[in-house]
Design a protein around this ligand. Structure first.
Ligand code: HEC
Ligand code: HEC
Length: 208
């Protein structure tokens, strides 16, 4: 009788431990729809791991929060539907727009809520369009990957500098603090930055 009682408690404890471990590891592997760098650790060879890391990063890179500022032709886009920017602002050589419609005429250093209706004007300390050579809209994941690695098109950056930009630039970070009326990019800035770091460390391979 006593024996069965104890077995019951023991079985209960083991079940609880298994459930807890599973929950914890599931949490560690994916955060807000983005897998952590750690969850790729067992993929061999290294080049396959690297390419898989980039595929995961692409979930963020191709999200409207990033894409809307990285067009190849035309001006910036707006919203989750990626409609053309209203009012229609043009790209200028310095990527800040024409004199009367500089980005900073409307975009301030912070997100500003609309008065009387839902939504907000997005903002950041250096709100501007990404240069044309860094445009991504219409490119495949493989093409974006190759472009990011090319110093002729990525602003003369080394691979380490590309990874650093992903984890340090406040325009990148804005994608996880986009203001009312806008969905944040998948994951967290930290998880994304870690993916970028591991991608570079593992040889910065491209998928495909
Ligand atoms: C006349 C004011 C005005 C000017 C000038 C302007 N914007 Fe905007 N922009 C807005 C407003 C307002 C919104 C928010 C629209 C909404 O969400 O309904 C917006 C939204 C955006 C978004 C959408 C963000 C997202 O992911 O949804 C981007 C990107 C953007 N602007 C880039 C720029 C850039 C780059 C420039 C300069 C070349 C610029 N804007 C100039 C008013 C302006
Ligand atoms: C408000 C506009 C804006 C948003 C939003 C934005 N970027 Fe950018 N991005 C820029 C500008 C401007 C540059 C050029 C900065 C420079 O060269 O110093 C740039 C450059 C980059 C670069 C440098 C290398 C290259 O080849 O593009 C990377 C990487 C990058 N952005 C990643 C991202 C990611 C990832 C997101 C979303 C999480 C994002 N950006 C969101 C404006 C934006």
């Amino acid at each position: 009788m006593k024996f069965y009682k104890h077995t019951g408690i023991l079985t209960g404890a083991i079940t609880l431990a298994v459930v807890l471990t599973n929950t914890l590891s599931a949490n560690a592997e994916e955060v807000n729809g983005l897998k952590t760098a750690e969850s790729f650790a067992s993929i061999e060879p290294e080049s396959a791991r690297s390419a898989a890391l980039f595929d995961e990063m692409a979930k963020v890179i191709t999200h409207p929060r990033c894409m809307n500022c990285h067009p190849v032709t035309g001006g910036p886009l707006q919203g989750d539907t990626q409609r053309p920017h209203s009012p229609p602002v043009k790209r200028t050589e310095d990527n800040f727009g024409v004199v009367a419609m500089r980005c900073t005429t409307c975009h301030s250093a912070e997100n500003v809520e609309f008065l009387g209706e839902s939504g907000s004007v997005p903002g950041n300390g250096h709100w501007q369009l990404a240069p044309q050579s860094m445009g991504w809209i219409g490119l495949s994941t493989i093409e974006i990957c190759a472009q990011l690695k090319d110093p002729e098109r990525n602003g003369g950056r080394s691979l380490q500098e590309v990874a650093h930009h992903m984890g340090d630039d406040s325009l990148v970070g804005w994608a996880w603090n986009p203001g009312p009326g806008r969905e944040a990019a998948p994951g967290t800035w930290e998880v994304f930055a870690e993916l970028a770091e591991h991608w570079v460390e593992s040889g910065a391979a491209c998928p495909g």
